[in-house]
Design a protein around this ligand. Structure first.
Ligand code: TPP
Ligand code: SF4
Ligand code: MG
Length: 283
């Protein structure tokens, strides 16, 4: 069995009290629960406070360009289908700079688990509005308040084709751990939004704010295989906000359907391939 320390590395520099701490804890706890060996795990991300989670998790990590963590995940899964592939992104990273990649990765239903650290602000670049910032939210880039409606990440994941869609709140460590473990076990694209307080730049969506609003969907009778039901629930945003599994169905994953290559690319013999000529072009 693995232990938390097997996935632990680096000196964490998030602000004290940041919701990212409990997300990192939950991620590692889920890996322990599923006994995933670090050498069988690929963890990708883009750029942002949230994306640093892959630096601080011992695994095959790759932090790429802003908004491109999911493309790296897709490549890793196609190269080696035996890997557990996990990806993390911020709201700016995933829904601003990299939003097209979310749509196509979800549509393909590739077996990758994605967590969205939704703090509704650009944290790393010191507090500009993001695609999920609430209307009226005052930031350094919107001194008179955000004027447009926020993007709803769950609805985007649903209409793009995700086969597992859930939401949790960073203040509930046990719930996030459980949902992440469920997401990894699901064969297909798993999309998990985590409501993550940014204690430095988001004065509006605080721990208390979410604690007052969140209720567990799974406490009541709810059929997560019903797309219309999920569509309705995802519109609930206000005084009460559902968390839990909104949608889950079984459907063949991209790599199951993609039969062109019988041998995964990491096993291809590359001894006779000479890439010197290619490099010459960039000299
Ligand atoms: C193409 C590109 N545009 C802008 C930036 C600058 N940049 C770095 S992180 C970031 C925002 C990150 O916000 P988010 O994804 O919400 O992550 P958070 O820091 O809030 O966790 C921006 C705009 C960049 N690195 N690359
Ligand atoms: S700026 Fe916000 S998101 Fe970034 S580490 Fe600090 S509290 Fe967390
Ligand atoms: Mg953010």
């Amino acid at each position: 069995m693995t232990e938390i320390k097997d996935y632990t590395q680096g000196k964490i520099t998030w602000c004290a009290g940041c919701g990212d701490f409990s997300i990192l804890n939950a991620v590692k706890r889920a890996f322990v629960e599923l006994n995933i060996q670090p050498e069988n795990l690929a963890f990708t991300s883009g750029i942002g406070c949230s994306s640093k989670i892959s630096y601080w998790t011992k695994a095959y990590g790759f932090s790429g360009l802003h908004g491109r963590g999911l493309q790296l995940a897709l490549g890793a899964k196609l190269a080696n289908r035996n890997l557990t592939v996990f990806s993390a992104a911020g709201d700016g990273d995933l829904l601003g700079e990299g939003v097209n990649h979310l749509i196509h990765t979800a549509r393909k239903n590739i077996d990758v688990t994605l967590i969205l650290h939704n703090n509704q602000v650009y944290g790393l670049t010191t507090g500009q509005k993001s695609p999920t910032s609430e209307k009226g939210f005052i930031t350094i880039s919107t001194p008179k308040g955000v004027v447009e409606d926020p993007l709803n990440p769950l609805l985007l994941a649903l209409t793009s084709g995700s086969t597992f869609i859930a939401r949790c709140f960073a203040g509930d460590l046990n719930h996030i751990t459980k949902i992440i473990a469920e997401g990894i076990k699901h064969k297909g694209f798993s999309f998990i939004e985590i409501l993550q307080p940014c204690v430095t730049y988001n004065y509006l969506n605080t721990y208390d704010y979410w604690k007052e609003r969140c209720y567990d969907l799974q406490q009541n009778k709810y059929d997560f295989t019903n797309k219309e039901e999920a569509f309705k629930k995802m519109h609930e945003y206000g005084k009460k906000m559902p968390v839990g599994i909104f949608y889950k169905i079984n459907k063949p994953s991209y790599e199951e359907l993609f039969k062109q290559t019988k041998i995964p690319s990491y096993k291809h013999n590359i001894d006779n391939i000479n890439i010197d000529k290619l490099f010459e072009e960039f000299r």
